[in-house]
Design a protein around this ligand. Structure first.
Ligand SMILES: Cc1cc2nc3c(=O)[nH]c(=O)nc-3n(C[C@H](O)[C@H](O)[C@H](O)COP(=O)(O)O)c2cc1C
Length: 349
């Protein structure tokens, strides 16, 4: 099915805010996307990046990053999944985008935000923000390859060392054909250190003819409201905040639709079965040495919001053996949860 094209005007003025779930390589995989998009309603999510170097990748590379491609590019909750590409070669990115389109993703996104030194050394991610002319060529080539068959977006930071070329970079991407920009409101050098400079999102939005989505450091409803005030953007992309508080999207939507706070969503009892079910799935699928790490990563974020997650994290963090972790979880999570780890599973990728 052809994904709907974005209309910039309705996107920005829509009464219901657009909430997007961020790509997070090594953390927010299909299993966690499944949980998070079920607990909070997101308009779409973006896969972990697929790195493009000097080859046209086989279909399995795209399917590995987005197993949802096997099910109409949607999570089991029905949330569309867009696939993100990372690279610097316009022609190779275009050829890979062409191949990816045939797998019918809900959209294609380009990564100009990754700060990882290895990626940046190979001219990928945020480092390209210093080359607006190249950004334009990449976006133009990918746009042509996609040929309007799926939505095309890009995600950027404010720059590498400073914000001096932020506007130029955003304009290059928009001029090249990106239909929407997500702005992670920090430079590459600022990595993930607070604060995020939300006012910059507004400056960029004023300088480009496409919708601009704010991203960075939104952990709570109060952060969302502050970001909206400072950036003027109603559309936001949530990353770590969505994992720390899986009800954050619901909290924001509820507040904006009826002005109320969401009741009962601080209830760890609602979340602990999800954690347990996630553990069962990860344990079944990941290599034994990787499974504990996946769980600990999520608990590490959950503990910011939920005291019970802190207690669980403290018990689990020193454990390496899956059996020992399973015992702690069984003990910490409710008897009901233990009896019914009821996660609707994706079929294996
Ligand atoms: C572990 C981790 C992995 C990430 N992977 C990606 C990625 O694959 N692609 C991308 O565009 N951004 C990636 N990001 C950046 C996030 O999408 C987001 O821009 C950033 O975390 C700021 O948003 P937040 O403060 O809501 O987390 C990653 C961030 C983290 C913490």
């Amino acid at each position: 099915m052809r994904a709907p094209r974005l209309n910039p005007v309705s996107f920005v003025s829509s009464a219901v805010p657009r909430l997007l779930l961020a790509p997070m390589e090594g953390m927010l995989d299909a299993r966690l996307r499944e949980v998070i998009t079920r607990l909070g309603h997101y308009d779409w999510c973006v896969s972990e990046f697929v790195r493009v170097t000097n080859a046209v990748l086989p279909n399995r590379s795209f399917r590995r990053a987005a197993p949802e491609l096997a099910r109409a590019a949607r999570t089991p909750a029905g949330t569309p999944v867009r696939v993100q590409l990372l690279g610097s070669d316009p022609e190779m990115l275009a050829r890979n985008a062409s191949r990816l389109v045939a797998l019918a993703p809900a959209g294609i996104d380009l990564n100009f935000g990754c700060p990882a030194p290895t990626v940046n050394r190979h001219r990928g991610g945020a480092v390209l923000l210093e080359e607006p002319e190249l950004l334009f060529r990449i976006a133009s080539a990918v746009k042509l390859a996609i040929g309007g068959r799926v939505p095309f977006t890009a995600k950027m930071r404010l720059g590498v060392h400073d914000t001096s070329r932020a506007i130029e970079a955003a304009q290059a991407l928009a001029a090249g054909g990106a239909e929407l920009l997500v702005v992670h409101a920090r430079t590459r050098d600022e990595a993930y250190r607070p604060p995020a400079h939300w006012a910059w999102v507004g400056r960029i939005a004023a300088a480009v003819p496409v919708p601009v989505v704010a991203n960075g450091e939104i952990w709570t409803l109060a952060d969302y409201l502050k970001c909206r005030d400072e950036s003027g953007a109603t559309a936001v992309m949530l990353g770590r905040g969505a994992l720390a508080d899986p009800f954050l999207a619901a909290r924001i939507r509820t507040h904006l639709t009826d002005g109320n706070a969401l009741d009962g969503h601080d209830d760890w009892a609602r979340l602990s079965p999800e954690v347990l079910a996630y553990w069962h799935v990860v344990q079944a699928e990941a290599l034994p040495r990787h499974a504990p790490g996946r769980l600990k990563q999520w608990l590490n974020l959950l503990r910011r919001r939920f005291p019970a997650a802190q207690a669980l994290f403290d018990r689990v963090k020193v454990l390496r053996e899956p059996a020992a972790i399973a015992a702690v979880l069984a003990d910490a999570c409710s008897a009901e949860a233990v009896a019914a780890p009821d996660l609707p599973l994706l079929s294996p990728a």
